[in-house]
Design a protein around this ligand. Structure first.
Ligand code: FAD
Length: 300
């Protein structure tokens, strides 16, 4: 049985970012991934001469001011990949209108107002609020901060949106369901409809494209995930692929390790689960923690 500082379940971008940060701080993280290649939704596959991305088509935060770019720099892998800017970020086609979403937020707001003139005040107020939330979260929840207390400086917009759905946030500012549908065009990224997705992460995701641009790596997203694995290993972290975690070992409420499909066991001081919460609580922890899988969406 091998011991690590932190075990991370899953090598999606959340797991890779966590492991990258920990490895760059001199800790020994272990990432265990069920699939034979890393990345989760940030992965690609090849058919004949073509590379297809499995899910993600563009991301933000790849530059020095974004989370992905900052962790890549800590892992010394930031110059090993070429990012291409995506513009327009997306095109949303509705039965009676067609909308290109550009990275320039003012152009986007003007375009929305031209389609929904009676909602102009609500549109402007919504984006002012969303911009404040994005900037407050990025400046105050500084993942590189040594002093954790600074991370929880409280702001009214964040408090307001902390426990409500994205649909409720939209309804506070707008009334036309067609406008609400346009402003919800990125909810599929979260895998949930606006009535179920939490407002705060949805607003962060939407605003990140306006603040930090939209990019995709030349050669497909698998390149980015593979590069993270390389960087984590170079900094002393361990990544195991193709071995599903079947059970989290815990004692008196503390996670102590995991058991894999292969029968291998690993122990740790801390554990990060980057798989979904239902699997974490009902399947991997099980028994006395399975009820926690029923937690409401907005509290995640
Ligand atoms: C169709 C689609 C398109 C999207 N497009 C975009 C986009 O363009 N831009 C954008 O920013 N976001 C997009 N998203 C959202 C984005 O893909 C996700 O938010 C993000 O990739 C989630 O990363 P994650 O690390 O949380 O989890 P995941 O990517 O789900 O990774 C979890 C990993 O954990 C592994 N795992 C699970 N259980 C175990 C276990 N027991 N043992 C070991 N390993 C395990 C899985 O195999 C997986 O690799 C899209 C999502 C979808 C579904």
């Amino acid at each position: 049985m091998k011991n690590f500082d932190v075990i991370i379940i899953g090598s999606g971008i959340g797991g890779l970012i966590s492991a990258g940060l920990l490895a760059s701080k001199g800790l020994k993280p272990l990432v265990i991934e069920a699939h034979k290649s890393p990345g989760g939704y940030l992965s690609s596959f090849r058919r004949k001469d073509f590379i297809f991305d499995s899910a993600v088509d563009c991301i933000s935060g790849t530059g020095p001011e974004g989370i992905i770019g900052r962790v890549m720099s800590l892992l010394d892998i930031d110059t090993d990949i070429d990012f291409l800017q995506v513009e327009p970020v997306r095109r949303s086609i509705f039965p009676d209108f067609d909308i290109d979403v550009y990275g320039d937020i003012n152009a986007y707001i003007d375009m929305l107002i031209s389609h929904f003139p009676s909602e102009s005040k609500g549109i402007m107020d919504f984006f002012k609020m969303a911009g404040r939330i994005h900037d407050d979260v990025l400046t105050n929840i500084d993942i590189f901060s040594e002093t954790y207390s600074a991370a929880f400086k409280i702001y009214p917009d964040i408090i307001k949106c902390r426990n409500i759905t994205y649909e409720n946030a939209l309804k506070e500012y707008t009334s036309d369901p067609r406008l609400q549908a346009v402003l919800s065009d990125r909810c599929p990224f979260m895998g949930l409809p606006p009535s179920k997705v939490a407002a705060l992460p949805m607003i962060m995701l939407m605003m990140s494209y306006f603040r930090l641009g939209a990019y995709r790596p030349r050669g497909g997203f698998q390149k980015l995930s593979d590069l993270f694995v390389e960087g984590i290993r170079k900094k002393g972290g361990t990544v195991i692929l193709g071995n599903e975690i079947k059970k989290i070992i815990y004692h008196k409420g503390l996670c102590e390790g995991v058991v894999c499909e292969s029968g291998d066991e690993y122990t740790c001081r801390s554990l990060i689960s980057n798989t979904d919460y239902v699997s974490t609580f009902s399947r991997l922890l099980g028994d006395e923690y399975s009820d926690m899988a029923a937690v409401s969406y907005t509290h995640l």
